[in-house]
Design a protein around this ligand. Structure first.
Ligand code: AMP
Ligand code: MN
Ligand code: MN
Ligand code: MN
Length: 318
């Protein structure tokens, strides 16, 4: 079957550091032509049920997801989980632990910024965190509003990255751990925006090798934060490591106009899409109706065939 669906498999809502509510995210995705949307908030899945309900209304497919913060050596890397069972206790216990660290880290960032002569940052960041999870993005928005930098990028550079006054080293999940949680919850692990990590080519190969050996399934080849060159480079790397390719905007909100939902380039030739194994290549309401058993088939409730007559919903991985 020729793949004609439009996928965006990396997005955020205000349950983490995005600007929109799940229903707003889904509405924007549908308007922009996205047919299969993954919600992948940082270290939390609370927005998924609202997004599922909205997606059903809008006639698009919602893939339950998460973006897990991982500490790999001195580096923070992000592992997206797709098609996860958000009710899985092991996954939720892991995410809860990361959110606890987040809480402590938020206070610590606040203390460090106060020492550097910027009072009130933790209160400011918390006020912007609409659902309680505090991200550096919230600090960044507060610091811009308080006039400490011209824009969010500037704040990160000046205050929130390694060697700057508000930097607190991560103590996130281990790489194996995060991949383990995702797999235990029935999902696929995807290395997010690999071009964004400031590591040498040698370290990158080490990361890709460890990621694959730990059971990682895919890397983001197309990403809102990848250049065209990055895209082709990671398409090659995916092939040579035997990894599938994913595609996601990393949309955080309408202010980030260069990372909007929808208009992503197609995966380069030679990539195997992460969604190729998803059983329900058709799970929109229209697709379900199109696949619904005919009257005669539907009447055949005693035989085994009726069980297989309809599409599975939600999609299962085969
Ligand atoms: P946290 O998980 O709280 O450490 O925050 C990480 C988030 O900050 C990322 O997911 C991005 O949304 C955002 N971020 C990180 N670095 C930058 C940057 N240089 N400019 C803008 N946003 C950034
Ligand atoms: Mn973010
Ligand atoms: Mn990320
Ligand atoms: Mn993200």
């Amino acid at each position: 079957m020729t793949e004609t669906r439009v996928y965006d498999l990396h997005t955020h809502t205000f349950y983490s550091d995005g600007a929109l509510a799940p229903a707003e995210l889904v509405a924007r995705a549908a308007t922009n032509g996205v047919q299969v949307l993954a919600l992948t908030d940082h270290d939390v899945t609370d927005g998924v049920p609202e997004a599922q309900a909205a997606a059903q209304q809008a006639g698009i497919t919602l893939v339950p997801g998460v973006e897990i913060s991982v500490t790999w050596g001195a580096q923070t890397v992000h592992i997206v989980g797709l098609q996860i069972d958000i009710a899985h206790p092991g996954l939720q216990a892991g995410l809860a632990r990361l959110r606890e660290f987040r809480e402590w880290r938020a206070d610590e960032i606040g203390r460090r910024l106060a020492k550097a002569g910027i009072p009130g940052a933790i209160e400011g960041a918390r006020a912007l965190a609409q659902r309680g999870l505090v991200s550096r993005t919230h600090f960044a928005h507060f610091l811009v509003a308080a006039g400490h930098a011209a824009d969010v990028r500037g704040v990160f550079k000046k205050f929130l990255v390694h060697g700057k006054p508000g930097y607190v080293p991560g103590q996130w999940a281990g790489l194996d751990e995060a991949i383990g949680w995702i797999r235990a919850a029935g999902g696929q692990a995807v290395l997010a925006h690999p071009a964004r990590y400031k590591i040498t080519a040698t370290r990158l190969r080490k990361l890709l090798g460890e990621f694959r050996d730990a059971g990682g399934a895919a890397i983001e080849v197309v990403s809102g934060s990848h250049s065209r060159d990055d895209m082709f480079r990671f398409a090659q790397l995916a092939s040579s490591y035997g990894l599938l390719a994913s595609s996601g905007s990393d949309f955080h909100g309408p202010h980030n106009y260069y990372m909007d939902l929808g208009p992503l380039p197609p995966l380069p030739d030679g990539c195997t899409p992460v969604w190729q194994t998803w059983a329900a290549n058709a799970t929109t309401v229209d697709d379900l109706l199109a696949r619904a058993p005919t009257v005669n088939e539907a009447a055949d409730t005693d035989g085994g065939s009726a069980e297989n007559a309809g599409a599975t919903f939600p999609p299962v991985i085969v």
